[in-house]
Design a protein around this ligand. Structure first.
Ligand code: NDP
Ligand code: 2IT
Length: 445
């Protein structure tokens, strides 16, 4: 790492002790930025990096609610409003027992650059709670969401901060959150949240957008080598919103997706995953993935273990951060993997990324490859602002154009800065320069 940046990085890490994921995300971005600061000394003079690493605002609050047994439960709520240089804070809410301030900060920090790459007018933010929705009834989830919004509402708004979904937050949760916001404020402010239902201000393609976008981005990488998804053997981790829609799109593009996972284990289905069955089990019944192997002839379930052992020519990690380590990367490389597209945020550990890049594997980092979700959220905001709703085809065409544009911007930036094919460097520099220019123009704030 450039010595000037290493000094800034050390100060940032010391100021944020114990936040390992945040440190990891900061370090990865800083490792790309040396050549930018050679060309743009004004960014150093303007302390852009120091300011970018300090969230504009961090909100932490108590979320009390009552479970179905009448017991009081207490969770912790977070919203980190990281950077508003390009637009209102924008980013998802994550409900998972592992959520803490460091995780929300890493996600919010990544979101700044991702949102810049989309070309849409959105700043970066993230939030969530250590609430665990697993095994909770609809009534419990509703009461939790209502309590969460009873504090969050005063911090958000269509021109201020626009949350959406992430792990553990989908259409059901956005509905309960939106209802409570409307009730408290007495405003039908559609643009305050994205990921809404179609009849009340949602956008077609938003549920599919992250997974679809990841596949579109990865396909663009493959095309640079005269390849495509057609005929590839694909493994996807996770079996939630991003994973399911990545599986669907990869198979539409002619691939066979042979495996996916949840946090308990993975399934292998050499015939190609049956997407309607997977959706029925995961989205309608909210059951465990193991159930798929019970109902699908020829499929098998592996308790625990690593889904990457199934072997793939294209790997799409779509579950969570740091889920793919150096050992799994080495095994994928030995098995002949051609491309890796991160549907999740920071799923590949640094040694895994290094292993892929050292072997010439096409590697699409999450802040570029999974930007289709937030980009389509911005399209939802556009529709809300104009009180319009677009067709599936029109919206998907916009998503495709955006993903191809992000791919091309990352590739061109990597080339311009002397590292052709390095999408990590390209994404970090292209996203950073856009935000840094806007921050300098707006003065010392
Ligand atoms: P979902 O809640 O729909 O699905 C999450 C999936 O990941 C589940 O299969 C879950 O398994 C698995 N998972 C979660 N935590 C862990 C863990 N600690 N270990 C192993 N598996 C785990 O979330 P999404 O699909 O929305 O999000 C997946 C990833 O994509 C996240 O990194 C998210 O930040 C990122 N992302 C999401 C976007 C979106 O629009 N939703 C946009 C861009 C990125 P289990 O059920 O067993 O917990
Ligand atoms: O990580 C992400 O980009 C998301 N969870 C989507 C955020 C959004 O505002 O749609």
């Amino acid at each position: 790492m450039d010595a000037r940046l290493a000094a800034i990085r050390d100060t940032v890490l010391a100021r944020n002790p114990g936040e390992g994921e945040f440190h990891q995300a900061i370090t990865e971005v800083f490792e790309s930025l040396g050549p930018v600061h050679d060309r743009h000394p004004e960014f150093l003079h303007g302390a852009v990096l120091e300011r970018l690493c300090e969230p504009e605002r961090q909100i932490i609050f108590r979320v009390p609610w009552t479970d179905d047994q009448g017991q009081v439960q207490i969770n912790r709520g977070f919203r980190v409003e990281f950077n508003s240089a390009l637009g209102p804070y924008k980013g998802g809410l994550r409900f998972h027992p592992s959520v803490n301030l460091g995780i929300v900060k890493f996600l919010g920090y990544e979101q700044i650059f991702k949102n810049a790459l989309t070309g849409m007018p959105i700043g970066g933010g993230k939030g969530g709670s250590d609430f665990d929705p697993r095994g909770r009834s609809d009534g419990e989830v509703m009461r939790f969401c209502q309590s969460f919004m009873t504090e969050l509402y005063r911090h958000i708004g269509e021109y201020t901060d626009v949350p959406a979904g992430d792990i553990g937050v989908g259409g059901r949760e956005i509905g309960y959150l939106f209802g409570q916001y409307k009730r408290i404020t007495n405003r039908y402010e559609s643009g305050v949240l994205t990921g809404k239902g179609i009849s009340w201000g949602g956008s077609l393609v938003r549920p599919e957008a992250t997974g679809f976008g990841t596949v579109i981005f990865t396909n663009e990488m493959l095309k640079t080598r005269g390849l495509s998804f057609d005929g590839q053997r694909v493994v996807v981790s996770g079996s939630g919103n991003v994973a399911i829609n990545a599986i669907a799109k990869a198979q539409t593009f002619g691939a066979t997706v042979v495996a996916c996972s949840d946090s308990s284990g993975y399934i292998v289905d050499e015939a190609g995953i049956d997407v309607p069955l997977l959706k029925e089990i995961k989205e309608v019944e909210r059951a465990r993935l193991k159930e798929y192997s019970v109902r699908r002839p020829g499929a098998r379930y592996v308790e625990g273990g690593s889904v990457w052992d199934a072997g793939a020519t294209v790997a799409l990690p779509c579950a969570t951060q740091n889920e793919l380590d150096g050992g799994a990367a080495a095994a994928l490389v030995r098995g002949g993997v051609l491309a890796v597209g991160e549907g999740a945020n920071m799923p590949c550990m640094p040694d895994a990324v290094a292993a892929f890049q050292a072997d010439g594997v096409l590697f699409g980092p999450g802040k570029a490859a999974n930007a289709g979700g937030v980009a389509t959220s911005a399209l939802e905001m556009q529709q809300n602002a104009s009180r319009d709703s677009w067709s599936f085809e029109h919206t998907e065409n916009r998503l495709t154009d955006i993903m191809v544009g992000i791919h091309d911007a990352c590739a061109a930036t990597a080339e311009e800065y002397g590292s052709p094919g390095d999408y990590v460097l390209g994404a970090n520099i292209a996203g950073f320069v856009k935000v840094a220019d806007a921050m300098l123009a707006q003065g010392l704030i």
